[in-house]
Ligand binder design. Structure first.
Ligand code: ADP
Ligand code: NA
Length: 332
């Protein structure tokens, strides 16, 4: 009953990283060529769940839009917009706060990872984040959500909210969206700690490759990336207890289109002194055209705002009737 529709989002809470590119942007661009409607959102309402300096947020939102377009997302074929410009997200988010259960939210591992021992100091919005994410997806009746491994639990919560809403109100109104997690490097790890994901919100800039890093910076960050002294093995079993080494191999595989197995075969017996420069060259060859295009787009912020405004109008046209129908079902 629900025609396939893809929705995904990225927080403009900092410059986008190689993790965002391999786990999200690159795949978003591929999806748009599959003949399915694609809706991509800069989720600034999620970004403000932690402190954002206002002028930086404005800049980062435009820069994220530029990163999407530079990565191949075509605003004529995909709907590309900024979450806060379509008020239906926040409105449906509230309704879902009243559907989601506290016990469900308490199980969200990302919240625990982010706040650590400081849960009392976290914003209420950060806690409710997955409920707003459910609204982001369901306000378009989206059926497929391409995300990295880290977001899988949130898409499952979205399904729980949709199911409870449908059950409580005796309707078949919201679809059960599916997470789409595929390909190499759906989880790119930090360059400083192989157990943490690479993130734009990591305080250490050396932990990540930013899409705007120049060639020297990229080479230096890979050179300083944590590894171990052993050479590369000739099969993946040899990387089992070497998370940092495994991460660099995964990144090389994702950037080159090869499998991780092919990469270890190619570099078997070589040390990281040889592998890291090869990885840096490969990363630069992929990222340099993207950062050049981002710089070109950022020279005309008014044009970026115009593109986002058009995207918001198209998004609104889908979201508003679904919100209105939701309210009607709930008796409002
Ligand atoms: P970040 O952690 O960098 O702030 P977001 O939470 O905004 O990223 O996530 C945006 C998208 O990028 C999501 O689809 C997420 O799964 C993907 N993503 C984020 N970090 C990584 C990573 N290290 N590896 C793979 N995908 C990632
Ligand atoms: Na994040």
């Amino acid at each position: 009953v629900f025609p396939p529709r893809i929705f995904s989002g990225i927080q403009p809470s900092g410059g986008l990283t190689l993790g965002n590119y391999l786990g999200a942007l690159r795949r978003f661009a591929e999806k748009q060529d599959a003949g399915i409607e694609t809706i991509y959102c800069l989720v600034d309402l999620h970004a403000i769940t932690v402190w954002q300096e206002p002028e930086r947020l404005r800049h980062q939102t435009r820069e994220a839009a530029a990163a999407f377009i530079a990565s191949g997302i075509d605003p004529a074929r995909s709907i590309l917009f900024n979450q806060s410009q379509v008020s239906a997200h926040a409105e449906l988010g509230w309704m879902f706060n009243c559907v989601a259960r506290l016990g469900w939210m308490n199980r969200m591992t990302q919240f625990k990872d982010k706040v650590g021992k400081n849960a009392e100091k976290a914003s209420l919005g950060l806690y409710a984040y997955p409920s707003l994410m459910a609204a982001d997806i369901l306000v378009y009746h989206a059926t497929h959500v391409p995300v990295g491994e880290d977001q899988k639990q949130h898409v499952e919560l979205t399904r729980d909210i949709a199911a409870k809403f449908n059950h409580d109100y005796g309707v078949d109104f919201f679809p059960m969206p599916e997470p789409v997690i595929e390909g190499a490097a759906t989880r790119v790890m930090s360059l400083r700690d192989g157990t943490k994901k690479m993130s734009k919100s990591d305080p250490s800039d050396a932990s990540r490759i930013n899409l705007t890093d120049d060639a020297d910076t990229i080479a230096q960050k890979f050179r300083k990336a944590r590894t171990d002294p052993d050479p590369l093995p000739d099969n993946l079993d040899g990387l089992r207890d070497r998370p940092e080494a495994r991460n660099l191999v995964n990144i090389y595989a994702a950037l080159s289109g090869k499998t991780a197995q092919q990469v270890v075969e190619e570099f078997a017996g070589q040390g990281f002194g040889a592998f890291k420069p090869a990885l840096a060259d490969l990363a630069v060859s992929v990222l340099a055209p993207i950062s050049t295009e981002m710089t070109r787009l950022m020279a005309d912020p008014a044009e970026i705002d115009r593109i986002l405004g058009q995207g918001a109008a198209r998004a609104e046209a889908i979201a508003q009737p679904i919100l209105a129908r939701t309210m009607d079902i709930m008796g409002m």
